[in-house]
Design a protein around this ligand. Structure first.
Ligand SMILES: *[C@@H]1O[C@H](CO)[C@@H](O)[C@H](O)[C@H]1NC(C)=O
Ligand SMILES: *[C@@H]1O[C@H](CO)[C@@H](O)[C@H](O)[C@H]1NC(C)=O
Ligand SMILES: *[C@@H]1O[C@H](CO)[C@@H](O)[C@H](O)[C@H]1NC(C)=O
Length: 575
């Protein structure tokens, strides 16, 4: 009899505990009669200024994490009951906490590879350019390729570099140096020779081999012409690519980035195979061996849409909490810096050039139609005003064929728009995936390239896009620009390029909350990740950053551009 009573008693204790577990998160915050059966948290962040990016509770003081996810957000008294023996309590003394940043557009493994190559970002003269190459030659064997990137001719007055700048110092090593926008590159004469490019080589479709006045290749290759050289550069080893992923992920964490939308090693002129190789050799390897440090959402070349459909059918969209299969990407045009962005009106420097339409529109429409029909998200690169309108029109046509659904079509960059196009982004619910820091590089050159009137009227129209109800998602396009979401937010707020006193197009400056949204919840939305990420809300992953300011007023007065710490799954991942 006694034993039976005990059994019953313990049974009801189990039931009560179960009830407590089921009901606890939903209970009114002060009402917790079952203190004895509390669930204890892994981590409680308290005494913090938490900006949640969740409009239902924008600010909070405390946040509870359990099993890598957020259990509750609120006042300290509302979460106190979850502090148990094993709970780590992090008292932040008022410091600001935000969701981990989502970088909506970058090239992760490529960026990691660049970290180990010649860095030409910021080079300001021909002499410095040559010196960097000379330094890179040290320790290199004869015949070994010298690879680098990041040069910006606008920093030394605009003159494009020539093979002759470096031929004298690189007689025995082929060299390939891509411009910071990745749409143009410089080969030295040995590299041209290896690639078989001579006086008589014709421009490939969608690209240009820049020639000197004498009719010789100058060393510069634009857009699809880059593939002539890229095809002869030896493949990067699996080992280097794996290292690059880890190096790049660690770097992203130092900047507070916990999730990225990765567009892969895919530029006009590169083989689409790279992305698929990286997926299997690097990402699947990292995922299965516990080496993923940040979350990635992967986009694949549109040419390979059916391969992606098959993969999603086999494995689902989320391969794990780390890897999400996103959608497909294609290019409509080139870039402004390389004078290959497609405009309605010609470039100032060349009245015959309107830029390049790098992909046939019929092909693009057909491939978008099929990708969309199979449920893939579509992202298309468009920089010039004409390219943007072309893609907006094409998206409209596809919707009219395939019917309404939540598809979140994206335009990558959306840099230059004619009046009226911002409204179309809003009406068509197209995501404008923009990179604020590019405006720092373009401010000086845009007016030269497309004239003051056009540049002032239609460049980086962030405020207009927001006012038109468009969804803005911020990214870096790393390694084109640095990964630094706080820096990008600051750029969007002030729009003051280096060396300028005033804003470039001040009417397009954004409000702080809109800019924060574009780096968090809207960026998550733009990758179909908003159920799990993008705000500090119950049930989402506990990915967050701690900033070096201890009040919201301080942050709003002078936005910091560094993070103190980055947490992924409620665990400190940086420093
Ligand atoms: C919370 O932080 C403030 C500094 O912002 C500090 O003065 C206070 O003592 C802290 N409160 C607790 C309970 O630790
Ligand atoms: C290419 O053109 C230059 C200048 O006209 C000439 O000197 C050179 O011999 C030509 N090279 C070849 C391989 O025809
Ligand atoms: C459109 O795409 C489908 C699927 O890739 C292909 O089978 C078809 O030939 C394409 N049609 C045209 C007109 O290119």
């Amino acid at each position: 009899m006694a034993s039976r009573t005990t059994a019953l008693a313990s049974l009801s204790a189990v039931a009560a505990a179960l009830f407590a577990i089921i009901l606890a998160p939903a209970l009114p915050l002060t009402w917790s009669p079952w203190k004895w059966s509390r669930i204890s948290a892994d981590l409680v962040v308290m005494n913090a200024t938490i900006y949640t990016s969740d409009p239902s509770l924008p600010f909070a003081q405390a946040m509870v994490v359990r099993g890598g996810r957020i259990l509750r957000v609120g006042s300290y008294s509302s979460v106190e009951d979850l502090v148990g023996q094993e709970t780590y309590v992090l008292n932040l003394n008022g410091n600001v906490v935000m969701p981990g940043f989502i970088d909506s557009h970058l090239h992760l493994i490529y960026g990691g590879l660049q970290m180990g190559r010649v860095e030409l970002r910021g080079v300001k003269s021909q002499e410095e350019f040559a010196r960097k190459i000379k330094e890179a030659l040290r320790g290199k064997l004869h015949g070994e390729w010298i690879l680098g990137s990041g040069w910006n001719n606008d920093l030394w007055g605009g003159e494009l570099p020539l093979a002759s700048w470096i031929d004298g110092i690189t007689p025995d090593n082929p060299v390939w140096l891509s411009r910071m926008d990745g749409h143009m590159g410089l080969a030295n004469s040995l590299a041209l020779k290896i690639a078989g490019i001579s006086n008589s080589t014709c421009d490939p479709v969608g690209g240009a081999i820049v020639k000197t006045l004498e009719g010789e290749p100058s060393g510069l290759l634009v857009d699809s012409a880059m593939k002539l050289v890229l095809a002869v550069i030896p493949e990067v080893s699996i080992h280097d690519r794996r290292d690059s992923l880890i190096r790049a992920s660690k770097y992203a964490l130092t900047r507070g980035v916990t999730t990225v939308i990765d567009f892969g090693r895919f530029f006009p002129g590169t083989s689409v195979d790279h992305i698929w190789q990286d997926f299997s050799d690097v990402y699947q390897w990292a995922d299965s061996s516990g080496k993923m440090l940040i979350r990635v959402c992967l986009f694949f070349p549109m040419q390979t849409w059916s391969q992606l459909v098959d993969l999603i059918q086999e494995k689902g969209r989320a391969l794990s909490q780390w890897i999400h299969l996103g959608g497909v990407k294609a290019f409509a045009d080139g870039s402004l810096g390389s004078s290959s962005a497609l405009f309605y009106e010609p470039y100032e420097e060349d009245p015959y050039s309107y830029g390049l339409q790098v992909t046939d529109i019929n092909w693009l429409q057909n491939a978008t139609l099929h990708s969309d029909k199979f449920g893939l998200q579509v992202a298309i690169h468009a920089i010039g005003d004409k390219a943007n309108d072309m893609v907006l029109d094409m998206y409209n046509t596809v919707v009219s064929y395939n019917g309404m659904r939540d598809r979140r079509f994206r335009i990558e960059h959306a840099q230059h728009l004619v009046p009226g196009s911002t409204i179309r982004f809003g009406e068509q619910r197209i995501i404008a995936s923009v990179q604020p820091d590019h405006l720092l590089d373009d401010a000086n050159s845009a007016e030269k390239k497309i004239g003051t009137m056009r540049a002032q009227r239609g460049s980086y129209l962030f405020r207009s896009l927001i006012d038109s109800d468009a969804i803005l998602a911020f990214g870096s396009d790393w390694p084109v620009a640095d990964i630094n979401p706080l820096g990008a937010i600051k750029t969007a707020l002030y729009r003051v390029p280096p060396g300028w006193e005033n804003a470039w197009i001040p009417s397009e400056r954004m409000a702080l909350y809109d800019a924060l949204k574009a780096s968090t919840i809207s960026a998550a939305y733009a990758g179909f990740l908003d159920q799990e990420l993008g705000s500090l809300s119950a049930d989402k992953y506990a990915d967050f950053v701690v900033l070096p300011v201890d009040s919201w007023d301080q942050l709003a007065g002078d936005l910091p551009t560094t993070v103190l710490a980055t947490y992924v799954n409620g665990k400190q991942a940086y420093p």
